[in-house]
Design a protein around this ligand. Structure first.
Ligand code: SF4
Length: 482
């Protein structure tokens, strides 16, 4: 199938430029506040962000850190800082507990340093019960805000620095997208780019649509502008981010689709690799596959969350595809892009799941031959429909999980072996902390390879020979830079 060229609209009114200008004015004010604080302390104030959860949160933390650094803070690895921010995740109940534990432990730093400010934001704060708990039991928390008003952080920072009052601001929703504020990218050579915010799918186990709100797509012109800017700054690899990237553009009332956006991003001059996360199987179009097949600089890695192989359980999960449809899609992917790896997420122990349902999941794992799978034991998430259903006993969940895991590991090992002896391009990401004299690279198909080298190779792309398969990663050697 060939694709028609698509003309992208120039950045339009979607971005709230007045709000961006307002926040920049607050940032100027925060700079003066931080300078005053530095004068009182006799040193530059320090900040630390604790990030929990997914890549969307990691991306949000880059924005928060960008504001803090622009305001004059210095980043530190330690929680013994002048400002500590918790960017929280609420996908699992135990993530909530970890946050409360960490929050409790840092109170002694504040006793030592009364000027210290503590803030908490992110998905957990979109749940009133969590906010209430912090209000009551953590009186030393100075700032609470949620996911929808994160772009107002510069404003809240001023308020926190200029008063001793606790600032709490939570919004239920927003249709605003505020861009062009500072962001501190974690890696100079790769960057995430948001394409959608929120989710409309309401899978019955998932809290995301409640805490991140309805799906909103950014305008393609703005996304492309960001990609071009990143490339001009030396970024080689772009990760397009959204809860369901395949439904990108549906809310724009335009002719734009994810396939067209993906194509346009891959064709930006200088982009070496485009990844995307996460596609929903129900919305995966043939057009996307054609674009991937036609563009070698689109990642040969498709993460396609299965969740369950049982059509009955999938229905209860509100996933809106059947076992057969999922397998047919995976076969189509293997045919259209034979060098792509397919990875997945699987939940075991979902309410009402039977031994036979798990057999179905195992059947899908075998038939698709996943290159890797993140397998989770279902954990009840308060506030979701599935949390109100009868739960499977823990020991059954654990036994079924083990059955799935064994097959997942078998399959992944077999798939990894297929790469042995091949020479494939990969970007060096970091110095290997386990094996001296080695660095770690990631291939387009997401396989990790350890190769001899040093820090000067970070961010560079090499042809890598895959010599020794160690299950889920390789040892190999660079045979030339590309
Ligand atoms: S697609 Fe389903 S699992 Fe993914 S974020 Fe949306 S509701 Fe949650």
């Amino acid at each position: 199938m060939t694709m028609k060229n698509y003309t992208f609209s120039a950045p339009a009114e979607q971005t709230d430029r007045d709000e961006a200008a307002r926040q920049k004015a607050f940032l100027e004010r925060a700079r003066r506040d931080v300078d005053d604080l530095a004068a009182r302390l006799g040193r530059r104030p320090t900040c630390h962000i604790n990030t929990f959860g997914c890549q969307m949160n990691a991306k949000d933390s880059e924005k928060l850190l960008g504001i803090l650094l622009a305001a004059g803070y210095e980043e530190t690895e330690s929680e013994d800082a002048d400002l500590v921010l918790f960017n929280t995740c609420t996908v699992r109940d135990n993530a909530d507990q970890r946050v409360f534990g960490r929050l409790g432990r840092i109170s002694h730093y504040k006793k030592k340093n009364p000027a210290m400010k503590i803030g908490i934001c992110g998905c957990m704060m979109q749940e009133p019960s969590n906010v209430e708990r912090i209000r009551k039991s953590y009186p030393y928390v100075d700032l609470i805000f949620g996911t929808h008003n994160l772009f107002r952080f510069a404003e809240y920072l001023c308020e926190v620095l200029e008063s001793d009052k606790r600032i709490v601001e939570l919004w239920n929703a927003t249709d605003r997208i505020v861009e062009d504020l500072p962001s501190d990218r974690k890696y100079p050579y790769k960057a995430g780019v948001n394409i959608t915010f929120g989710c409309n799918n309401f899978c019955t186990y998932c809290i995301v649509p409640y805490v991140r709100g309805r799906e909103r797509s950014r305008r393609p012109g703005e996304i492309l502008e960001e990609v071009r800017t990143l490339v001009s700054q030396g970024v080689k690899e772009i990760m397009l981010l959204g809860q369901n990237v395949n439904s990108y553009g549906r809310d724009l009332g335009d002719d734009i689709t994810f396939a067209r956006l993906l194509k346009a991003c891959a064709e930006v001059e200088g982009v070496r690799l485009v990844r995307f996360m996460t596609p929903h199987p129900k919305d995966f179009s043939d057009e996307v596959l054609t674009v991937i097949a036609d563009h070698p600089n689109i990642s040969r890695h498709i993460h396609l969350p299965l969740q369950s192989g049982s059509t009955r359980v999938l229905k209860k999960m509100n996933r809106r595809y059947t076992k057969e449809q999922y397998i047919a899609l995976a076969e189509k992917i293997r045919k259209a892009v034979p060098d792509a790896s397919i990875t997945t997420d699987i939940i075991v122990g979902f309410p009402t799941e039977t031994h036979e349902d798990v057999d179905d999941t195992i059947d899908v794992v075998r038939r698709v031959g996943f290159d890797n799978a993140f397998t989770f034991i279902y954990s009840m998430r308060r506030g979701t429909p599935a949390a109100t259903w009868e739960q499977i006993p823990e020991e059954i969940k654990k036994a079924e999980f083990q059955r799935v895991l064994t097959v997942v590991q078998e399959t992944a090992r077999k798939q990894a072996e297929r790469l042995k002896g091949k020479i494939l391009p990969g970007m060096v990401e970091e110095v290997n902390s386990q094996t001296e004299g080695y660095v770690t690279a990631r291939l387009s198909c997401n396989m990790i390879v350890h190769i001899p080298g040093d820090a000067s190779m970070i961010g560079r792309i090499f042809n890598i020979r895959l010599d020794r398969c160690c299950g889920f990663y390789y040892f190999g050697e660079a045979v030339g830079e590309i």
